[in-house]
Design a protein around this ligand. Structure first.
Ligand code: RIB
Length: 307
């Protein structure tokens, strides 16, 4: 096994979270019950989920030259993440996200990328050997697409598996999709990418076939509390999730992705890795904030054992 079997490439944000009864309508002002800041960012959350699952994990990312950036770096080190491929962008602020969480545990998120803009194609090339030596590179879409494409090209050449969580969804061309081995959209992202409204098993299967036709072997469409539609080489089935009360769904998808990649690298079967990832995501929605609610391996194993 390589020293860093998993490399995550992606964003680092500081989440500013307002708790509200209901999301305000356009033109409406509402008072928040609670305000907190947490470490977040889809890339960072996925790296943290993998590390807390016991995976040796590198992270290609950028922070700003500010106190938040320093604090985020300290937290990554505390989580055991290899921070050698994270750089500080002088004259820039660390990425930030404004998040509202409703009583139903749902969220709305708006991100200012800031230093995340510098995870460019040239930046990614600096870490070519890190990607080449990994077994999986895990990416999302909160950093520039050119950097994601560059990493996917390097990975493909080196037989490193490319796992893409296409969040937030945006148009992706066939060149990038053809380099992806595992794709993990949620229902909304699957619809935005394929044009197929995912509302039941049949439509999830149709969307999965669309991804297969682009050359992707493993398609995992996450369906919230229902679990995920999983399709490998054209064969699809529903992988059930855990039923839990949601306090805050922020980072549940990220936790699923990081935990899944980590468990897959333990030479676990696809089904075992899925069960583990569902367990990790279920624990994440039971707590407030992105990284504070990402569980450690022992907690996930306990949940699985109990169920
Ligand atoms: O997926 C949740 C994350 O999305 C938050 O932590 C926020 O930073 C945004 O990137």
């Amino acid at each position: 096994m390589n020293q860093l079997p998993l490399v995550v490439l992606g964003s680092i944000n500081i989440d500013h979270v307002l708790r509200v009864h209901q999301f305000p309508q356009p033109g409406e002002t509402c008072l928040s019950e609670d305000y907190q800041t947490h470490f977040g960012g889809k890339g960072a959350n996925q790296a943290v989920a993998a590390a807390r699952s016991g995976c040796n994990c590198g992270f290609i990312a950028c922070v700003g030259n500010d106190d938040w950036g320093q604090q985020a770096l300290k937290q990554f080190a505390a989580d055991g993440i290899d921070t050698q491929s994270i750089s500080i962008q002088e004259g820039n602020a660390t990425g930030l996200a404004m998040i509202q969480v409703s009583d139903a545990g749902e969220n709305t998120i708006c991100v200012a990328p800031q230093a995340n803009r510098y995870v460019s194609s040239a930046y990614v090339k600096r870490y070519q050997s890190t990607i080449e030596n990994a077994e999986i590179v895990l990416m999302q879409l909160e950093t520039p697409l050119a950097g994601v494409l560059q990493a996917a090209k390097i990975a493909k050449q080196a037989n490193t598996r490319v796992m893409l969580n296409p969040a937030p969804a945006q148009r992706l061309d066939d060149e990038l999709l053809s380099l992806v081995d595992i794709i993990t959209p949620n229902e909304t992202e699957a619809q935005q990418l394929t044009g197929i409204k995912v509302c039941d098993d049949d439509s999830a299967n149709k969307a999965a076939q669309w991804f297969h036709a682009k050359g992707i072997t493993t398609v995992i469409i996450t369906l919230g509390a229902r679990g995920a539609w999983v399709s490998e080489n054209g064969e699809g089935y529903l992988s059930a999730g855990f039923k839990v009360k949601a306090i805050d769904t922020t980072a549940a998808g990220d936790t699923f992705n990081g935990a899944f990649a980590s468990e897959l690298l333990r030479a676990s079967s696809l089904d075992n890795a899925l069960r583990y990832a569902h367990g990790a995501a279920a624990l994440c929605v039971g707590g407030k904030g992105a990284q504070p609610s990402i569980p450690h391996r022992e907690q996930v194993l306990k949940l699985i054992e109990r169920s």
